[in-house]
Design a protein around this ligand. Structure first.
Ligand code: AMP
Ligand code: MG
Length: 406
C-alpha cells in the first residue's frame, strides 16, 4: 500500500494552477497574484511632513547669540493642499502631517519644539535646531517608480491589498478560485432535512466537505447523492465534469456497491485507490475525462481527515499556492494513544501551549464513524506505521490544522 507522502506526491504532479482572471481588489484576499507588480509612481508621491509643526529653512533654526530664532508665519498648509507661496529666509509656514512641504523649506520642526505667544499669532520661536530633512518624508522613500513591489505568486492579504491600493490597482490579476463538485454516494444516505427512516443516515459528508472546500478558498458545488448504481453515478458524474475538481465520498472501498472506481475506469483512469493510513485507507485518485477526481472514504471522520491531507493541498495548488502542507510540531501526548494500528494513524487531538511545551490531548474514541472525535480538534497526532505504541507522556509529531501551510 502506498504511503501518505507518495500518494500526495502522485496527486500533486497531476495538478496545475488554474487560469488567470482579473478580480476587484477588495475580493482578492487569499488569492495568489498572477504577475509582478511594478510601481508606476513614487510613493510617497511628494515630499511631505511627518509631523504637525512648522516648515522652515534649516539654517533659520540656528540660535542667534543665545536667543531662539523668531520666524514670521506666512501661512499654513493642510494635508490635501499645496502651499500657494514659498518659504523664504526668516519665515515659516504651519504644516500638518501628510501635507506637501512648501517650496523653499528643507526642514520641519514639530510644534512641541516651538513657542508662540498667542495661538494664532504671527511669530513663532524655534526652540531646537532642525537639521535639513528633519521630519520630511521624501518622495519615493517607500516605493520608487519602476520598482517591483510584489512578486508573481505572492499570496494577497490585507497588507498586500493596502500596497496595491496605494499604487492604484483597482483590480488585479490573480489565479482564479477552483469550482469543486462535491458528490455523496450511497443508497443509505438521505438529505439533512429528511426524517430518519430505518436503515438510513443523513448526508453529513457533503456538508462537511462543502464547508471545508470553502475554507480553503474554492467554490463548492454540492451535487447531492448518487445511488449505488452505475447509472446514477454516470448521471451525477456527467454533471460533475463541468467543474475543476470532483470530490466524492463513499463508494471507493471493496464492497459490492463501491462503484466509484468502476466509473473512473470506464470514463477516465484510476491512479491509485488505497493509502497506508488510518482513518481513510480507501482514498482514490484519478480522472474522469480530464477532470481530477479525489474519491474520499465514506466514513465521515475519514472523509474529513483525508480532505485535510489531500484535498486542501490539491485545491491550494490549483489556486497557485506553493506552500501546500500544514506544519508539524513535536508534542507531548498527555493521554497517549490506546489503540495500536499497523497503518499510519492520524489521531485527532487538541494541542495547546503549556509551560513551554505543546501538549496534545486526544479526543477519545478514534473510530472513523465517531464524528464527535472531530470536535475541538486543531491537530492530528501522527503515529508512525508499524504498530508504534504511544504511552501517556510520550512525544510525537502533530500536524497543526490551524497553522498556515509551509
Ligand atoms: P462506503 O465507503 O460507501 O462503504 O461508506 C462507508 C461508511 O460511510 C458507511 O457506513 C456509510 O454509510 C458512510 N457514509 C457514506 N457516505 C456518507 C455520507 N455522505 N454521510 C455520512 N456517512 C456516509
Ligand atoms: Mg457506500
Amino acid at each position: 500500500m502506498m504511503s501518505v507522502e507518495e500518494a500526495l506526491a502522485r496527486i500533486l504532479t497531476e495538478i496545475s494552477p488554474l487560469s488567470v482572471m482579473q478580480i476587484p481588489l477588495p475580493e482578492s484576499s487569499g488569492l495568489v497574484l498572477a504577475q509582478d507588480i511594478v510601481a508606476q509612481e513614487d510613493i510617497p508621491p511628494f515630499a511631505n511632513s511627518a509631523m504637525d509643526g512648522f516648515a522652515l529653512l534649516s539654517r533659520d533654526s540656528q540660535p542667534k547669540e543665545v536667543q531662539p530664532p523668531r520666524l514670521l508665519i506666512t501661512g499654513g498648509v493642510a494635508a490635501g493642499y499645496v502651499a500657494d507661496h514659498a518659504v523664504v529666509e526668516g519665515t515659516t509656514m504651519r504644516i500638518m502631517t501628510g501635507a506637501p512641504v512648501p517650496e523653499g523649506a528643507d526642514s520641519v520642526i514639530q510644534v512641541e519644539l516651538t513657542r508662540s505667544e498667542e495661538p494664532n499669532g504671527e511669530w513663532v520661536e524655534i526652540l531646537e535646531v532642525a537639521p535639513p530633512g528633519n521630519n520630511i518624508r521624501p518622495a519615493g522613500e517607500d516605493m520608487q517608480r519602476g520598482q517591483t513591489v510584489l512578486q508573481q505568486g505572492s499570496e494577497i492579504g490585507p497588507w498586500e491589498i493596502g500596497v496595491l491600493a496605494t499604487l492604484g490597482w483597482a483590480s488585479i490579476p490573480v489565479i482564479r478560485r477552483p469550482h469543486v463538485a462535491i458528490l455523496g454516494t450511497g443508497d443509505e444516505v438521505i438529505d439533512v432535512n429528511e426524517p430518519l427512516r430505518p436503515g438510513k443516515i443523513r448526508n453529513s459528508n457533503s456538508y462537511l466537505l462543502e464547508a471545508a472546500v470553502r475554507r480553503v478558498g474554492a467554490i463548492p458545488h454540492r451535487l447531492g447523492v448518487a445511488r449505488d448504481t452505475i447509472e446514477s453515478l454516470r448521471e451525477k458524474f456527467s454533471e460533475a465534469i463541468q467543474y475543476d475538481l470532483i470530490i466524492t465520498s463513499g463508494g471507493v472501498s471493496v464492497g459490492d456497491f463501491d462503484l466509484v472506481k468502476n466509473i473512473m475506469a470506464e470514463q477516465g483512469q484510476i491512479n491509485f485507490w488505497r493509502i497506508n493510513m488510518r482513518p481513510g485507507k480507501p482514498v482514490a485518485f484519478g480522472h474522469i475525462r480530464s477532470v481530477p477526481l479525489l474519491g474520499l472514504p465514506g466514513n465521515p471522520v475519514s472523509a474529513a481527515v483525508t480532505f485535510e491531507l489531500f484535498g486542501r493541498p490539491v485545491i491550494r495548488k490549483m489556486m497557485g499556492h506553493t506552500h501546500l502542507v500544514r506544519p508539524q510540531v513535536d508534542v507531548i501526548v498527555e493521554d497517549g494513544v490506546s489503540d495500536r494500528a499497523m497503518r499510519r494513524h492520524y489521531v485527532r487531538a487538541r494541542v495547546e501551549w503549556h509551560d513551554g511545551r505543546f501538549i496534545a490531548h486526544t479526543t477519545g474514541n478514534q473510530g472513523s464513524h465517531i464524528m464527535t472525535s472531530l470536535l475541538n480538534v486543531n491537530a492530528l497526532v501522527i503515529v508512525p506505521e508499524g504498530g508504534v505504541e504511544v504511552h501517556p507522556g510520550d512525544s510525537a509529531k502533530a500536524m497543526m490544522l490551524d497553522w498556515p501551510e509551509i
